[in-house]
Design a protein around this ligand. Structure first.
Ligand code: SF4
Length: 325
């Protein structure tokens, strides 16, 4: 029987290449990808990871990592990168979860598309060793793209893999990787997957604000991925949709939070925190400010809790601008 491995699939070129190399080495190969609150909103259709596994013809396990991921963003053990990205903790968490899946499906070791020296924080030699140690998976993480520069792993030690048959990729350049992609017939993934919102300036500003307000939870994190983010009061925030899609997104995910909707063609909004009556009237005036009809006079705005429709005059745009976070 062929030996099985489980590849962590990011949706970018590197992990696709790692998976293809494992197939070429004759391993039964499966993929695993994680769902967290810090991924961009899918634009419909298949995710990058599903796309990669579909093209490689391998099964993909999609594993949600909601609460544990929030926890490492809140208080990372190994520090953060330039923004709020806790890359070392993130890798440790993903590898541990992947190993649970590997045991379930009978895979002997894990594979990643990491390249030595590609990322300053999480892909230097000491970080790779630290990740292995912290995850308790020493010798069980095989990185085929850079294996020739790394400590020998268990599948190599028992003779399942000869590292000399592998490419020797290191550093930030993409040339070797693109050449390898051409050689292995892996097409359509010319860039790394990226897309982690924890490296996005504006999004991290919103997250830091949620942390300060003690509102750093999955539901709130999802909501602040869209819209205009405004200070409604010292402990209150208002998210106002900028398009029909965002309005729909906000209303669908509002849960028990207070929603506002301009009747006619205006935006929808959601309040984070517990607003009083005066706050709701101010929120309605902000919503009215983004309604085309406001030039012609006050606008009806429906509030969800307590249910009522108020007639709101638009708050002056310069005043609204001062509320942006
Ligand atoms: S960039 Fe984001 S997804 Fe990637 S390792 Fe860092 S925290 Fe994890």
């Amino acid at each position: 029987m062929r030996k099985k491995c489980l590849v962590l699939i990011s949706g970018g070129l590197d992990s696709a290449l790692a998976a293809r190399l494992m197939q070429r080495l004759g391993f039964e190969t499966e993929g695993i990808a994680f769902l967290t609150s810090f991924q961009p909103i899918p634009r419909g259709g298949r995710s990058h990871s599903e796309e990669v596994c579909g093209r490689l013809g391998i099964p993909l396990h999609l594993v949600p990592l909601d609460e544990p991921f929030l926890e490492i963003v809140r208080s990372p053990r190994y520090g953060r990168g330039k923004h709020l990205n806790p890359c070392i903790d993130c890798k440790v968490l993903m590898l541990r979860s992947a190993w649970e899946k590997a045991r379930e499906i009978g895979a002997e070791f894990l594979v990643t598309g990491e390249v030595l020296g590609q990322r300053p924080m999480s892909q230097n030699l000491s970080a790779l060793r630290q990740i292995e140690k912290a995850s308790g998976l020493k010798g069980l993480i095989f990185r085929p793209l850079s294996a020739r520069f790394l400590d020998p792993t268990r599948p190599e030690q028992v003779g399942l893999i000869d590292r000399e048959s592998l490419p020797a990729v290191q550093g930030r350049g993409r040339k070797l990787l693109l050449a390898l992609a051409a050689e292995l017939g892996v097409s359509g993934f010319s860039t790394p997957a990226g897309g982690c919102l924890l490296t996005d300036d504006g999004f991290c500003r919103r997250l830091s604000d949620l942390m300060e307000l003690d509102l750093f939870r999955g539901g709130e994190v999802d909501l602040v991925k869209v819209g205009r983010y405004l200070r409604l009061g010292p402990r209150l925030r208002l998210i106002v949709g900028r398009s029909e899609n965002e309005n729909r997104y906000l209303l669908e995910r509002a849960g028990g939070r207070v929603r506002l909707e301009a009747l006619g063609s205006g935006p929808a909004a959601v309040v984070l925190g517990r607003p009083g009556r005066a706050d709701l009237l101010k929120a309605a005036a902000i919503v009215a400010a983004y309604t085309d009809e406001s030039a012609a006079g006050p606008v009806p705005v429906r509030i969800s809790d307590p249910v009522e429709t108020v007639t709101a005059s638009a708050l002056d745009r310069s005043e609204v601008a001062g509320l942006f976070i």
